[in-house]
Design a protein around this ligand. Structure first.
Ligand SMILES: Cc1cc2nc3c(=O)[nH]c(=O)nc-3n(C[C@H](O)[C@H](O)[C@H](O)COP(=O)(O)OP(=O)(O)OC[C@H]3O[C@@H](n4cnc5c(N)ncnc54)[C@H](O)[C@@H]3O)c2cc1C
Length: 469
């Protein structure tokens, strides 16, 4: 039997914030609170990638600091999540566990297991929607089936979802006085001190509250030009909020709400909100079609004749394909843990269509190197690029990486920034540097194209013919 003074556990997962956090808000109304973070990467569908671990390290530090301001100590454990959770429940006589929903297949399974086990011993396990605008369960078409076309999905979402005023950081908090066994964030060995981690971290601001400031500044200064600028990687035209959204340092509802309060009359039809909608669509597809984290949504792609070629794959990873826009993107990724969306589409298309390498291999590399690595959005992005997902780019539409560069990096600024070998080359030469080998400054420092565009296009279409039959 629990006393009324028994504590509630708030299990922080992909919701590392104190405002607009329904699980945290609910817990503090019920008495003493124990904030908990459990590190169990082996229980995930895919063990957390390197860049994502670096982000996690910093976001946990800032959450811990912010909780301390409220007089709360973040309890951290690693290992089996069920064992750890029940150990803390036993030790503290906790009466309830609150958390915000996750939608990855492994998390949904674990949630069920935990809910059942807690129920057996008379404890409440309540999950809240804190990470999406709309719960994937509630959006269905007229036949009660999930949508597979984004525009139909999003139209339905917008007809039923309304932004709600974000919950404030609770101020009347009772902490749990007894000491609970916990480890330090540094004991999680998230690789934060490695050279690569230090390099990536320099590009980001992890201070608590930064993401909200960034959002407001984006709405004030960039929102109106988003449509015009968002495809140009050399411009600062997008919000760069993806890693903050992934770890829940900002909620999509906060974005939805701030847009609704902005002076822009067309905020609801805006391209920016539609991009938040694509994030929702990724989660929606993962929820309704969980097998897609491992296999293509479109079955015919299971027999696609992907090839294995270490040289081609390594050239792609290292940014030495001889296609300047592809190489710039892959190097931006390695240097910063992030890549512009237009360039993500170009490099993904290049891998699956020019090199005929399985999208899963590309998705794995992104998983390890993106600070915003997100199972729903990454699966969506790769299956979209490979043409094997819902509402995807048709396989036969093959991006030409050279004309993409001409169109979206017209003066070559983005390429020059990330490919130093080409820093003295002007447009249009910079789009096809192998044709200007005679230029003194180029010497042999930049690779020739590893494949020929026209030939690769032909091969890709032939491969596609096989699965169409
Ligand atoms: C092959 C491939 C892989 C991708 N992998 C990921 C990933 O692992 N994690 C991830 O967050 N995004 C992924 N994306 C989507 C997209 O590239 C990023 O969300 C975007 O570049 C993040 O930059 P931003 O915050 O400045 O976006 P903005 O343009 O400012 O958009 C605002 C927010 O909307 C969401 N968003 C924007 N575009 C998309 C999109 N196409 N799909 C889903 N959500 C979107 C993001 O949460 C983003 O932060 C991938 C795209 C491709 C083509």
């Amino acid at each position: 039997m629990c006393s009324s003074n028994a504590p509630s556990i708030v299990w922080f997962r992909k919701d590392l914030r104190l405002d607009d956090n329904p699980a945290f808000t609910e817990a503090v109304t019920k008495g003493p609170v124990i904030p908990l973070f459990l590190w169990s990467p082996n229980e995930e569908d895919f063990s957390t990638g390197g860049a994502s671990r670096i982000w996690l390290y910093h976001s946990l530090l800032s959450l811990k600091k912010q909780l301390a301001v409220l007089g709360l100590n973040l309890i951290i454990r690693k290992g089996n999540s069920v064992d750890n959770l029940f150990d803390i429940v036993d030790y503290t006589n906790a009466k309830a566990v609150y958390t915000n929903k996750r939608y990855e297949p492994s998390s949904l399974k674990k949630d069920k297991e935990i809910a059942n086990k807690l129920k057996e011993i008379g404890l409440e396990y309540k999950t809240f929607n804190g990470n999406l605008i709309i719960d994937p369960k509630v959006v269905l078409n007229k036949s009660n089936l999930p949508f597979k076309v984004f525009s139909h999905f999003w139209k339905k979402c917008l007809s039923v979802a309304n932004p709600t005023e974000p919950l404030p950081v609770p101020n009347k908090i009772i902490s749990f006085k007894n000491k609970i066994k916990s480890i330090e964030i540094s004991d999680l060995n998230l690789g934060q001190d490695k050279h690569w981690a230090l390099k990536i971290s320099k590009n980001w601001d992890f201070n608590y509250g930064f993401s909200r400031k960034k959002l407001i500044s984006f709405i004030d200064n960039n929102f109106n030009e988003y449509c015009d600028n968002r495809n140009f990687p050399g411009k600062d035209g997008t919000s760069k909020l993806s890693p903050y959204l992934h770890y829940g340092q900002i909620s999509p509802n906060q974005i939805f709400y701030e847009l609704s309060k902005s002076k822009n009359e067309n905020w609801k039809e805006s391209q920016y909100l539609a991009e938040i909608g694509w994030r929702e669509f990724g989660y929606y597809l993962m929820f309704h079609f969980p097998k897609t984290i491992n296999e293509p949504l479109r079955n015919e792609f299971k027999k696609f004749p992907w090839i294995e070629n270490d040289f081609l794959f390594d050239s792609w990873k290292n940014g030495t394909t001889g296609y300047p826009l592809v190489d710039a993107g892959m190097r931006e990724l390695w240097e910063t843990g992030w890549m512009h969306n237009r360039v993500r589409m170009v490099v993904a298309s290049f891998l699956v269509k020019h090199l005929l390498i399985d999208w899963k291999k590309g998705a794995d590399w992104f998983w390890d190197t993106l600070v915003d690595a997100d199972l729903a959005s990454n699966t969506l992005g790769w299956q979209w690029s490979a043409g094997c997902g819902a509402d995807a780019a048709p396989y036969f539409r093959i991006f030409n990486p050279t004309t993409q560069a001409e169109k979206f990096d017209g003066n070559g600024d983005y390429i020059r920034r990330w490919v130093p070998e080409l820093k003295n080359m002007e447009a249009p030469k910079i789009f096809e540097p192998h044709k200007y080998k005679g230029d003194l400054f180029l010497k042999n420092s930049y690779s020739d194209p590893i494949v020929d565009h026209a030939e690769s296009r032909k091969k890709a279409l032939l491969a596609y013919d096989i699965i169409k039959k």
